[in-house]
Design a protein around this ligand. Structure first.
Ligand code: NAP
Length: 487
């Protein structure tokens, strides 16, 4: 596929194709095509690793493990810091590469690179601040000492929707904790992962500390890695269905799991909300990444008094968005990741329409090359429609009406997921009260964007186990060790 002159340096996909990264060496191979979702064209191929390569990656991570855990925290910190600086120096090239293989609009891709790099800076700082304890037992008879040690080799599996950030959110804390890792990125967006590995090597990450492999047999390859007793951690971000399969696999060797899974975020707007602020927040919560985010607002619950004005304002804003190739001039909404993703959105929208919903803008797929669905607002949506239960993962905003606070909380909680929720009200007391009533790991109050490397990210219910980011993230890669001491 012919690419424009802007795809040079790290943005050039041919630099990152055709090689696995194991033990600091690039091993040539192919077999998995990578597409540009803006056109459907093939950008190149990445290697299709099997069980032998997976075993070699574990060997490489094991060979590097002792040296890395003994490397002083300050030194590990400085390597992470250099990785942050290199990502920042190459931010525009990385953003173009992300936009090319993922399809997201360039402003979103730039935002992702900044967010992703920040995990390296944050964990460069946290590496030197691992907590410990030294205290008397309640009886006063002896001492309790608690230290934290790196948990062991970590397998990291990431999705396609944030190819850089989901990787750094795991690699940053793992390396800061003193663990060596094997990263398996999503097959749709592996080029960014390989580009990041190159930058890591340049930053001084020793051979074998970070290994990257791609495969068309993720189940077999992951099972082989988890079966090795030296692998002690599985950190996964992806769908709840695959998360359940992996939890069962990890149970066989009692591997510690962190699971960042699916979401179905409610977005509540009360009559007393600032309408313009709620609309700004709604656009962010819905349209970052064209709706392909686990925190994306999936259900808009709007109180009767503000409902019509909200629908009218949201429709105007959604209809004004420019749709096109993610890297196109002025584009705000790129393509979906695959044709299958567009098919799913189409099914959810047609089903909602059959149950009485009306599209105030959009509502039908865009035909032609690439995988496009237009920004869509649906009103009068039945709460029984599948669109209220499943992750839409696209630029569609279904709006539901509510009357009372209790009703809104009940509707928000009517889901198996519990990742993110948004509340708009100028009454802070109410916003906190509603937040307390919602079963969710994260609540945005008068904010449409909650991701922050310094904050604990994660879900409850079927949305996952554990937290990434903040002071919590590093402990997911550590084991507490207690010394019962008499002196
Ligand atoms: P997915 O299908 O679950 O895939 C995620 C990753 O798991 C990919 O690398 C995939 O590899 C791999 N995988 C698939 N089957 C596997 C198996 N049997 N064993 C081991 N690995 C396997 O999810 P996705 O479609 O890429 O991502 C979208 C989902 O991720 C959504 O549900 C979204 O909500 C969730 N997500 C959650 C968060 C969060 O922080 N909670 C953040 C972002 C996304 P292949 O690509 O090779 O199939």
């Amino acid at each position: 596929m012919e690419l424009g002159p802007m795809f040079k340096g790290y943005a050039d996909p041919s630099r990152h194709a055709n090689a696995l990264y194991i033990g600091g060496r690039w091993e040539e191979g192919g077999g998995i095509p990578v597409r540009d979702p803006s056109t459907g064209g093939i950008l190149g191929e990445v290697p299709d690793a099997g069980v032998p390569e997976a075993k070699r990656a574990v060997e490489a991570a094991a060979a590097a493990a002792d040296g890395w855990r003994r490397t002083p925290a300050r030194q590990r910190s400085e390597i992470l810091r250099r990785w942050f600086e290199l990502m920042t120096a190459h931010a525009e090239e990385l953003a173009l590469l992300i936009s090319l293989e993922n399809g997201k609009a360039l402003p979103d891709a730039r935002g992702e690179v900044a967010y992703a790099a920040e995990f390296f800076r944050w964990y460069a700082e946290e590496a030197t601040r691992v907590p410990g304890e030294f205290r008397m037992s309640p009886s006063g008879a002896h001492n309790i000492l608690v230290d934290h040690e790196p948990i062991g080799i970590a397998v990291l599996i990431t999705p396609w929707n944030f190819p850089a950030a989901m990787a750094t959110r795991k690699i940053g804390p793992a390396l800061a904790a003193g663990c060596t890792v094997i990263l398996k990125p999503a097959s749709e967006t592996p080029l960014t992962a390989y580009a990041m590995a190159r930058l890591g090597a340049e930053a001084g990450v020793p051979d074998g500390v970070v290994n990257v492999l791609t495969t068309s047999d993720p189940g077999g390859v992951t099972a082989a890695m988890l079966a090795d007793p030296r692998v002690r951690k599985l950190s996964f971000t992806g769908s709840t269905g695959v998360g359940r399969v992996l939890l069962a696999e990890a149970a066989k060797s009692v591997v510690s799991c962190s699971m960042e899974l699916g979401g179905n975020a409610p977005f509540l707007v009360f009559d007393d909300a600032d309408l313009e602020a709620a609309l700004d927040g709604a656009m962010l919560a819905k349209m970052r990444n064209a709706g392909e985010a686990c925190t994306a607002a999936n259900r808009f619950y709007v109180q009767s008094g503000i409902h019509d004005a909200f629908v009218e304002g949201l429709t105007r804003r959604m209809a004004a968005l420019k749709v096109g190739p993610g890297y196109g001039e002025g584009v705000q909404c790129g393509p979906m990741i695959t044709e299958k993703a567009v098919d799913k959105i189409e099914r959810l929208v047609s089903d909602a329409k059959e149950r009485g919903a009306r599209a105030t803008t959009g509502g039908a797929r865009i035909e032609g090359e690439g995988y496009y669905y237009p920004p869509t607002v649906l009103e009068n949506v039945s709460p029984d429609a599948p669109i209220a239960r499943e992750e839409i993962f696209g630029p569609v905003a279904p709006v539901y009406r509510f009357e009372t606070e209790d009703e809104a909380i009940a509707m928000a909680n009517d889901t198996e997921f519990g990742l993110a929720a948004y509340v708009y009200s100028q009454d802070l007391k109410r916003a906190i009260r509603v937040g307390r009533g919602i079963e969710s790991g994260m609540i945005g109050i008068n904010r449409g964007l909650m991701s922050d490397p310094a904050a604990p990210f994660g879900g409850t219910k079927q949305s996952g186990l554990g937290r990434e980011g903040g002071v919590h993230g590093i402990l997911e890669f550590m084991e507490a060790k207690y010394y019962a001491a008499e002196f």
